[in-house]
Design a protein around this ligand. Structure first.
Ligand code: NAD
Length: 265
């Protein structure tokens, strides 16, 4: 059995991951961590899923010792602390957290020289496939079609555009043969002037309990192509993250994404 640690275990994704672990006979919950000021510390980690387990929610990072994989859906600063702990303890890591700066991403890449890491802003199988489809479409539609990425999420999301939207933008840029950093346009306001055909624009919607919608629009003359994914439950991300954890069982070191996990490369 693969021994798995969940950090951020009382969060929205933490809950979905615990449900997924309890439903999978190949996975065992080794430890469940959350913030030092969480009111849930000391409670049975299974309680929120109606289960009784021997694992109590803790903030003690030593609890990860002896585990195979740690799954992190928290906040970037917390993820980097767990990354250091995983390096010290030799525990592989699945990172689903979003909102990292380029420097923080470089730190993750550096750690992967000695540690197996799956790092993906969206762990759903559908979005992973969508990323491939967007890259293929952009290759064909790179001239005469304006590329825009539109995303919608629930009111509690703290980063924008979503990590998935950025990943889709990168895929579109790669397909169109453009440098993403140079062409990404994150917001428009006021007298913007006409659209630069090379840009890849982003539009963000926040509201209610939307789990996550993403559309990549290719707007040409006389036609539009829209590639859309809509997540209706966090279970889809949890299923992907647990699949990533199993994938890492066979990897000593290296940085992988969901394309690797799903063998889409
Ligand atoms: P959430 O706010 O519901 O949960 C975050 C959890 O992390 C909370 O339990 C919080 O207490 C905990 N946390 C924060 N700092 C911590 C620390 N220092 N130590 C331990 N725990 C800490 O958020 P969420 O909706 O579950 O999303 C979490 C992250 O995952 C976000 O970055 C979100 O964008 C990302 N996300 C990624 C995917 C994906 O497929 N990759 C899918 C959904 C959400």
């Amino acid at each position: 059995m693969l021994k798995v640690v969940i950090v951020g275990c009382t969060g929205r994704m933490g809950h979905a991951l615990l449900e997924g672990i309890f439903a999978d006979s190949e996975l065992a919950l080794h430890a469940a961590l959350d913030r030092a000021d969480s009111p849930q510390l000391g409670k049975d980690a299974g309680e929120q899923c109606g289960k009784t387990t021997s694992v109590k929610i803790t903030s003690d990072v030593n609890a990860i010792n002896g585990a195979d994989v740690l799954i992190d859906f928290t906040r970037p600063e917390a993820s980097l602390q767990y990354l250091a702990a995983c390096e010290a303890a030799g525990v592989k890591m699945v990172i689903g957290t979003t909102g990292f700066t380029p420097e923080q991403k470089a730190r993750i890449a550096q750690a992967s020289q000695n540690l197996g890491i799956v790092f993906a802003p969206n762990m759903s199988v559908g979005v992973t496939l969508l990323t491939n489809l967007v890259q293929a479409a952009a290759k064909v539609l790179k001239q005469g079609y304006d590329i825009e990425v539109i995303e919608a999420h629930h009111r509690h999301k703290v980063d924008a555009p979503s990590g998935t939207a950025l990943r889709l933008g990168e895929a579109a840029a790669a397909g169109a043969g453009r440098d993403f950093e140079k062409v990404a346009l994150y917001a428009r306001e006021g007298i913007t002037g006409e659209r630069d055909p090379d840009t890849i624009g982003f539009a963000t919607v926040r509201g209610g309990d939307i789990v996550g919608d993403h559309t990549v629009l290719f707007a040409g003359t006389g036609e539009r192509i829209e590639l859309t994914h809509k997540a209706s439950s966090r279970a889809t991300f949890a299923v992907g993250a647990l699949r990533a954890a199993k994938f890492l069982a066979g990897k000593q070191r290296g940085l992988y994404d969901m394309q690797d996990v799903l063998e889409l490369k």
